[in-house]
Structure formats: C-alpha cells, structure tokens
Write a protein that binds this ligand. Structure first.
Ligand code: PMP
Length: 283
C-alpha cells in the first residue's frame, strides 16, 4: 500500500485518476514533498502550513484539517517496508466537465499521496559537491505557490541534465532567485546570504531550517537580494531542498566556485543539519 487516493490506501498500480481531472487538463493543483526519516515526517507542520497557503492562493478549499492530513500521512508511512521515505502529496481542483478554464461550480478536490524510498544525496555529492548551470527564469510571477504546473521548472531541470550537471540556477533581472527545484544560498567573505522570500520564489522548508540553524549556531547571515555578479564571485554556493538537504555547488557554468570544493561554512552547516535530523528523530 504505497499510495492514497481520495480516502483509499492501495498499491500505486491500482490507482488512477479520470482524464477530466483538472490536474491533468490544466495543471490546476498544488503539491508538497515531505521527507520521512526513521518513519518520522520531518518538519511536517511547516509543510502542512505551506500546503494550506498554496491551496488558499489558488482558491481550493483545504480538503482536510491538519489533524486529518497528519493521520493520512502517518498511516501511509506505517504501511511502507522502508524507514526513510519521501511523501509526495498532491491536491487538484478535481474532475469537471465540460473542459473550461474557469473554476467549475462544483468539484471535489482530488487528493493523492505516494510514499517512495527517500533518495538522499550520494556521499560523493556531499563530499565533492555538485555542478550547476544558470538560466534565465522564465516562470510566472507567483512562484511562491507550490503549483503542479511545472513546465518552466521541467525545462530548466532538463537544461541541467543536457549540460551533464545536477541543477539549474535561475536568474531574473540580474538577481539570483532559486534553483529549478531548490533554494540557493551564497557565502561571501564569511557571510551566508539568502535571497529574500517573495512571489518570485518558493520559500523552502529547508531554506527556513538552514536560516534557523545559522541563527542557532551564531553563523553570520543576511537575507537580501543577491546579484548575478555576487553569485558568480561567491566563495561558496549551496542548494537546499527537502530531498537534497544541503549540497555545495562547486562549479557554476563550468567555472569553479571558490576553490572548487565544498567550503568550510558549507561543511559546518552540513554537520548542523545532520545533527538536527538526529535530534528530531530521537524525540
Ligand atoms: N524551490 C523550488 C522551485 C522547489 O521545487 C523546491 C523543492 N520543492 C524548493 C525550492 C525547496 O523547497 P523545500 O526545501 O521545501 O523542499
């Protein structure tokens, strides 16, 4: 029972959604990806709060209370044979006919969850870092909504694959925004810099945690706009996401970042992040 659809737990292969679902026809829905370590959902409350915010932004009534969401996720987690999981959660506006861009008068949201084994970064990626390329950010102006309509993100990530690297860093109007599926941090002269949350980027749960850990451990940090020039001359660049945790980007557009290896501030944050995970798993 790896999946859940509209009230029913079942093997993924037994589940299907009607072709008239607005998720299929319009990309009309939102999602979350929640990591689970040792069967404990990590930072679940912030994920459920962000889900509620995404739903509100696209005017879908939240189909469940936070307590109901927690129960569904706990049940799904319990059914898996593996301890570390990634929970994909998606809500669409539901099935409606005839096809019409505007909201249907009546539709029941489609709720889908899937549990997969969690794929955290390979040890080699943690030790040696990863490569990334940059691209112009051609997405819409509400990237703060975790929408399933991800065409621009899909094309950006394929740009990375085509270049043989791990991620594409998006730039808009000369400023660093985020990655195709990650947030980006920069270190300059010992100062950790993070782009400010806005409608132009998704504020990651990991982004918030990294800033929290920086504060907790007295690491100098600043949330402010980061120019392309500052990005390209950074001492360190990191990416963060729920599945990638914190990874050092050591090559950007083929040019080494700093000395081309994960930097000291990255290594400190990586340790803080792992220690925090261990702390949370114990409680
Ligand atoms: N930005 C984008 C565009 C993303 O898709 C993701 C990953 N879902 C993130 C940032 C990172 O968010 P989180 O730390 O919550 O996984």
């Amino acid at each position: 029972l790896t999946a859940y659809l509209n009230g029913r737990f079942a093997p993924l292969g037994d589940l299907s959604v009607p072709v008239l679902d607005r998720g299929f026809l319009f990309g009309d829905g939102v999602y979350e990806m929640i990591p689970v370590y040792s069967r404990k959902p990590f930072r679940l409350d912030p994920h459920l709060e962000r889900l509620a915010a995404s739903l509100a932004a696209i005017r879908i009534a939240n189909p469940h209370t936070q307590a109901e969401w927690r129960r569904i996720i706990e049940t799904l987690v319990r059914h898996q044979p593996f301890d570390d999981q990634s929970i994909y959660l998606q809500v669409t506006r539901g099935v409606a006919y005839p096809r019409n861009h505007a909201f249907p008068a009546e539709a029941t949201p489609t709720v889908f969850l899937l549990a997969d084994p969690l794929r955290t970064p390979l040890p080699a990626q943690v030790v040696s870092g990863i490569a990334a390329v940059t691209q112009a950010d051609v997405r819409w102006l509400r990237c703060d909504i975790k929408a399933i309509s991800l065409l621009a993100n899909v094309l950006a990530r394929q740009g990375a694959v085509d270049a043989g690297v791990a991620e594409t860093v998006l730039l808009r109007d000369g400023l660093l925004i985020e990655g195709s599926a990650s947030n980006i941090f920069v270190v300059r002269d010992g100062m950790l810099l993070a782009p400010p949350p806005s409608h132009l980027m998704l504020t990651g749960i990991t982004y918030d945690l990294v800033l929290e850990l920086a504060a907790r451990h007295g690491m100098p940090h600043q949330v402010r706009e980061i120019t392309e020039a500052e990005l390209r001359s950074a001492d360190e660049i990191w990416l963060t996401s729920s599945s990638k945790e914190v990874l050092a980007i050591v090559t950007l557009d083929g040019t080494p970042v700093g000395n081309g290896a994960p930097g000291p501030i990255y290594k400190a944050m990586y340790q803080h992040y792992q220690a925090f995970k261990t702390e949370v798993m114990r409680t």
